[in-house]
Design a binder for this molecule. Structure first.
Ligand code: EPZ
Length: 459
């Protein structure tokens, strides 16, 4: 993780941008009435963070690829537009995508789309491996950090690509007649999920063997490897710190189902915990949630595994404080830091939360405090003093997981919360309010169509 004063100045400007974006004109908001008691079973969608690299990986194939259990999300739509702009043909049927990249011919990903979805940068590896050249705009930072791509770039250079960054564009090409990347030994300074995925995809078509050391071990990395293996790639060790790839000339068609979303699953477990409810979530891979389950148990909750792919959380009157340090997998996931902090805000005692992965992922704290939480932040470290209950308030989400945290807090808070920031939530949670309504939560999406609606004009 990198700290940098320039980053914070840049992020402050993002805050200003957030304010302009969040003006109530033509804006939908969520109204949430609490406190809620939930009950029932929730269907967990396919993993967003598997689906996005998996879509990029289909660019490697010389056949037609079918991806199943793809969540219907704004980010998926944006990634689909990127692939289409590159020359792929896409058909969507509910949660199934058919992607035909046989006629891939455009090496340049459009800036307007990469600006909206930084994960589209992951396409650089497959484009380069297929076409011998790739031009992908440098993805900007976002609300949670500067999000540099230096590890991606250095890895591609190790694989034999010439890479130059100018005018905000990453230009990569393979010199020489073969136009083929060369296998190499790569050590990642940080177990970056995206860099591991970019380099693993690029090396599937390289000449020779590639070894990625200090690789990310996230389940989504392993899922991507399994997809590529199903397409004919030779990949060993995905899900561990060392991944070995032996390049092949071509990859073929595939019909593949991605894994369930462990972050959505964890979000719903926390929804059960914060509302003192018994709910069941499925399908899940329990192993992917070990760190989250362990922390929920420290807080005093019981988690039952009824079947191989389902979990049930039991309510607990007493919620105890605990400490969280976010870490790369298998540590506690950074994407559940904000939702878990919402829970800690109503756990008795003092909890500490340390964010070690991103440099600016505490922006939900000020909004939680407006709901009556008692949280002090110093840098990437927060101390949460539990309060007996939260109170409803108008709140604004600044990023995807901060928004989820505020929705969870609103489910437990007394009164009517109005939430702005659906443009963030719709990026990463499939039908969140519909799933919560099915569990008995009282919330609804309301369209604000004019300036003088009930919501304050700015934050
Ligand atoms: C992926 O982002 C996820 N996104 C993130 O989920 C997730 O939080 C993150 O992994 C960590 O688990 C997708 O998979 C689409 P990283 P990614 O590269 O790949 C630094 C969500 O809410 N770094 O592991 O961008 C970086 O600045 C999103 O669903 C470099 O310094 O994460 C950060 O501090 C948010 N140089 C750290 O590594 C690089 O070249 C972790 O980033 C790359 C990363």
């Amino acid at each position: 993780m990198r700290e940098d004063r320039a980053i914070n100045q840049q992020l402050d400007s993002i805050t200003e941008t957030d304010k302009q974006k969040l003006s109530p004109v033509n804006q939908s908001i969520l109204k949430i009435w609490g406190p809620s008691r939930l009950q029932g079973k929730i269907n967990i969608s396919g993993a967003k963070n598997s689906a996005l690299p998996a879509m990029a990986a289909t660019l490697l194939s010389s056949g037609v690829c079918r991806l199943r259990q793809i969540p219907c999300l704004a980010d998926i739509n944006t990634m689909g537009k990127v692939l289409s702009a590159l020359g792929a043909k896409i058909k969507q049927n509910g949660n199934t995508l058919d992607i035909d990249a046989r006629d891939l011919d455009n090496p340049e990903a459009p800036y307007e789309l990469v600006r909206q979805l930084r994960a589209s940068f992951f396409a650089i590896g497959p484009i380069l491996a297929r076409l011998g050249v790739a031009r992908v705009p440098l993805p900007g930072g976002c609300a949670i950090g500067a999000r540099p791509v230096d590890l991606h770039v250095r890895g591609l250079q190790a694989l034999g690509a010439e890479v130059h960054i100018e005018h905000g564009m990453v230009n990569a090409y393979i010199s020489g007649s073969k136009k083929r990347l060369q296998g190499a030994k790569i050590y990642l300074d940080y177990p970056s999920v995206g860099a591991t995925e970019t380099l693993m995809m690029a090396s599937t078509l390289a000449e020779g063997e590639t070894i990625i050391e200090n690789a990310a071990q996230e389940p989504e990395v392993e899922d991507l490897a399994n997809l590529c293996i199903a397409m004919g790639a030779n990949i060993f060790g995905a899900g561990t710190k060392t991944i070995v790839i032996s390049g092949v000339p071509k990859l073929h068609s595939v019909d593949y189902t991605i894994i369930p979303d462990r972050i959505e699953a964890g979000t719903f477990l926390i929804a059960g915990a914060i509302t003192n409810s018994e709910i069941t979530i499925a399908p899940v891979v329990p192993k992917h949630l070990s760190a989250v389950i362990s922390k929920l148990q420290s807080v005093g909750l019981k988690i039952i595994q009824d079947k191989s792919d389902s979990l049930r959380i039991l309510p607990s009157e007493i919620l105890k404080s605990t400490d969280i340090d976010t870490q790369p997998y298998p540590g506690f996931p950074t994407d559940l830091q904000a939702p878990f902090m919402a829970l800690l805000s109503v756990c008795s005692g003092s909890s500490s939360v340390t964010e070690t992965v991103f440099e600016n992922r505490m922006r939900h704290v000020s909004e939680l405090n407006r709901m009556g939480a008692n949280i002090r932040v110093k840098g990437n470290h927060a101390i949460v003093e539990g309060v007996p209950k939260l109170s409803a308030a108008p709140v604004i989400g600044t990023d995807l997981r901060a928004s989820a945290a505020l929705i969870l807090a609103a489910l437990a808070a007394e009164g009517e919360t109005t939430f702005q920031g659906l443009q963030h939530l719709d990026r990463g949670y499939e039908q969140l309010e519909i799933k919560l309504q099915k569990l008995g939560a009282k919330l609804e999406r309301v369209d604000l169509v004019k300036e003088n609606d009930i919501f304050p004009a700015s934050i």
